[in-house]
Design a protein around this ligand. Structure first.
Ligand code: SF4
Length: 209
């Protein structure tokens, strides 16, 4: 990774951590730092927002809560290591209800944070993006429109903005219980594994020529 890329990322991350645009999250700090992963990842994952028990507490996406444990099982199923991926969120701060419980991010908050999502994708420039849930898939539309839905496109390899996109469900216990069971999510991740293998085999063939 170039030192320029690292410097630009540190500057972006500092800017995000100072950001106060969303009025209901002024007491929260954006989860965007070197703890989000590799700046030259095999896959860039985009989730919804940092969770209370997970990233907002540990500052590391999908770390410290049940969603993180489920995500680890899914990564392990295709041999993808944490140090080979980067994880960000459609909304970088943790949206909460007045009682402190997690809440869904508002459309206005997703729109406010789209600038950071765009700049993160542009800077990291991944070949493969995997969205985790409907919110992050919708958020991509703010950067470049598409017609994908998690319900119909989960586990499918599609193309978005000159990149390979694999929509996936969120690995939270609630989603696994009500929308996409773990055995189904494992099949979706197999498609992501296939996208990675195809891309890396094509790169090797090009290099060997
Ligand atoms: S969610 Fe994004 S836009 Fe909103 S305050 Fe946090 S960093 Fe800023």
């Amino acid at each position: 990774m170039s030192s320029t890329k690292q410097k630009l990322f540190l500057s972006l991350s500092a800017e995000a951590q100072r950001c106060l645009i969303c009025s209901e999250m002024r007491d929260k700090t954006a989860v965007l730092s070197e703890l989000n992963g590799s700046l030259d990842p095999r896959v860039l994952f985009i989730a919804e927002a940092p969770g209370r028990q997970g990233a907002d507490r540990t500052r590391r996406p999908f770390w410290g809560d049940k969603s993180g444990e489920n995500f680890q099982v899914l990564l392990d199923s295709i041999g993808l290591r944490r140090e080979e991926i980067f994880i960000t969120n459609a909304v970088l701060c943790s949206p909460r209800k007045p009682n402190g419980a997690n809440r869904n991010p508002k459309k206005s908050e997703i729109k406010n944070c789209a600038n950071f999502l765009r700049r993160t994708i542009d800077l990291i420039d991944p070949k493969i993006i995997a969205t985790l849930g409907a919110v992050s898939l919708e958020a991509l539309k703010l950067l470049e429109n598409h017609s994908f839905f998690v319900r119909s496109h989960a586990g499918k390899i599609v193309s978005w903005n000159s990149k390979i996109l694999v929509p996936l469900y969120h690995p939270s216990p609630q989603v696994i219980a009500s929308h996409r069971r773990m055995d189904q999510q494992l099949k979706d991740y197999a498609a992501l594994g296939e996208a990675i293998s195809n891309l890396e085999a094509a790169a090797r063939m090009k290099f060997d020529r």
